[in-house]
Design a protein around this ligand. Structure first.
Ligand SMILES: [Zn+2]
Length: 509
């Protein structure tokens, strides 16, 4: 039985992986990515901190690349979206670098996907600034001459993301036919001081918020191998995005470790998510020297970065061509407490049933049983779901009189509690508790029709308990059911139906 069940699961997984176009690999991007990072994370750029000349050089480097690719400038004549950041009475000038690539579909090119990556970093400090405590600073020259400048290079955070953004802009500028919607490439300023660049971008954007259908933030893409995968946090916020990302990852050979619908505060995806725009943070992970002076150019995994760039290229091209870009129900439900997430699917169960004689020496034997039908699932917050179903069921038992088999309609009504909640949006493990109603309309008892008119109960109520897991819309459950209603009508005849099933559910929409 277990084998049939596993076979069904494997078969369904295979069917769900429909064939997608091969990932386009772009030779030479590895060298170019390395080149961009070597410039952006160089000592001479002083860690690209607020107010440093180094950040100005980075800004100009990105704008020059945008110009060489022929991106449409954000302003007439230049790529700079400028604003002032006010810190008490001080005004600090901030600049996002923004360029646009028009989509090739006349009907969809007025819809936009933003691809962002912050180009600022922490800047630099002096050795005696951090440990200038009495008695400890003896090694340092506190007078200022000869103090050691400590640069926070920010290679992974986030020269890596900016480099992938530059390469994607270059790639799509000569492959515009792969984009149906338009892409806004935005290198954000002032992320490290409080995601100011992305906030100001969306608050003052010359394109309407409603025309921006999705957003990506590339922030730290340089440590793929060390982290054993790529995080696409927020991928589940785009309707159909999670499925597309997973399908394409198998084509590109990319390991995804998180495709949840979560959009985190303190990331450049947040200001977009707050406005209801599906937003995805592409990130190789915390195993990184980020926010340390050791976050340097030579530590990054350029083979991994090139692989990620090829994958994101295919994914963004795929998303730009979807007929509709909408927030997922999960994301919409989190935005509004009144929006409920509904799933509808089909399920089939294979198992065994018996009729128990708890007060009798007599024992019947169990028989093969099955059920099949449809379910609706309502998500009630993060952990609870409510799942009623309507199933056809065949159950019974085997006694010396022969096989007793009923045919019925049943309505199991269950609550699911997520014991393990969305491991990166990929897997859920849940416990099941609820009840059922069953109405029998026919059957055989040792060859003769079951006498439902005088001897056997037509209606039955009972309890359900079980455990299940869900992977990509496919649910697998083990459920045990015990009747509280007696099988026979006669007083004193204590027989209670019981059954268990391995159930396999497939979400249709
Ligand atoms: Zn960052």
């Amino acid at each position: 039985m277990k084998n049939i069940f596993l076979y069904c699961l494997v078969l369904a997984l295979q069917i769900s992986f429909i064939i997608f176009p091969q990932a386009v690999s772009d030779t030479g991007s590895e060298k170019r990515l390395e080149q961009h990072v070597s410039v952006l994370a160089a000592d001479s750029l002083e860690g690209r901190g607020l107010g440093t000349a180094g950040k100005e050089i980075a800004k100009q480097y990105i704008a020059d690349k945008f110009r060489s690719f022929g991106l449409e400038p954000y302003n007439s004549g230049n790529y700079f979206q400028k604003f002032d950041l006010r810190v008490s009475l001080v005004r600090i000038p901030i600049t996002n670098v923004v360029g646009v690539l028009r989509g090739s579909d006349p009907a969809l090119q007025n819809e936009y996907i933003v691809i962002g990556a912050h180009y600022d970093h922490l800047g630099y400090t002096y050795k005696n600034e951090t440990n200038a405590l009495p008695g400890i600073a003896a090694d340092n020259d506190i007078t200022g001459s000869g103090t050691e400048k400590i640069i926070y290079h920010g290679a992974d955070d986030n020269a890596s993301g900016v480099s992938v953004l530059i390469e994607l802009a270059g790639y799509f500028s000569v492959n515009r036919h792969l984009l149906k919607r338009s892409i806004i490439f935005a290198a954000f300023d002032a992320e490290e001081t409080g995601i100011w660049g992305s906030k100001k971008f969306i608050d003052n954007c010359k394109f309407s918020v409603n025309s921006i259908k999705a957003m990506f933030s590339f922030d730290m893409l340089g440590m793929y191998t060390a982290n054993k995968g790529l995080v696409l946090k927020g991928m589940g916020s785009l309707d159909g995005g999670r499925q597309l990302a997973i399908k394409l990852s198998s084509v590109s050979g990319i390991t995804l470790t998180d495709v949840s619908a979560d959009i985190e505060a303190r990331t450049d995806t947040w200001p977009f998510g707050e406005k209801g725009i599906p937003a995805i943070h592409a990130f190789t992970g915390e195993y990184s020297p980020y926010h340390k002076p050791e976050d340097t150019y030579e530590k990054l995994d350029y083979v991994g970065m090139a692989k990620i760039k090829d994958y994101l290229q295919t994914l963004i091209s795929g998303i730009s061509s979807l007929p509709e870009l909408l927030p997922s129900a999960t994301f919409a439900a989190r935005k509004s407490p009144y929006a409920l997430q509904f799933d509808f699917g089909t399920k089939i169960g294979l198992g065994s049933s018996n009729n128990e004689f708890p007060n009798d020496y007599f024992a019947a034997k169990s028989i093969f049983s099955y059920n099949a039908g449809f379910y609706i699932q309502m998500q009630l917050g993060r952990r609870f779901a409510f799942q009623p179903a309507v199933l056809f069921i065949s159950d019974g038992s085997k006694s010396p009189e022969g096989i007793f088999r009923r045919y019925s309609a049943t309505v199991p009504v269950n609550f699911h509690y997520n014991v393990v909640n969305e491991i990166g949006g990929l897997v859920k493990v849940f416990s099941i508790a609820g009840g059922y109603y069953q109405y029998s309309f026919g059957g055989k008892n040792g060859g003769a029709a079951i006498d439902f008119d005088s001897k056997y109960n037509k209606e039955e109520f009972g309890l359900n308990f079980g455990l299940g897991f869900e992977v990509m819309g496919i649910q697998a459950e083990y459920m045990w059911q015990r009747s509280l209603t007696k099988l026979q009508r006669a007083a004193g005849v204590e027989i209670y139906p019981a059954k268990w099933f391995f159930t396999f559910g497939y979400k249709l929409f």
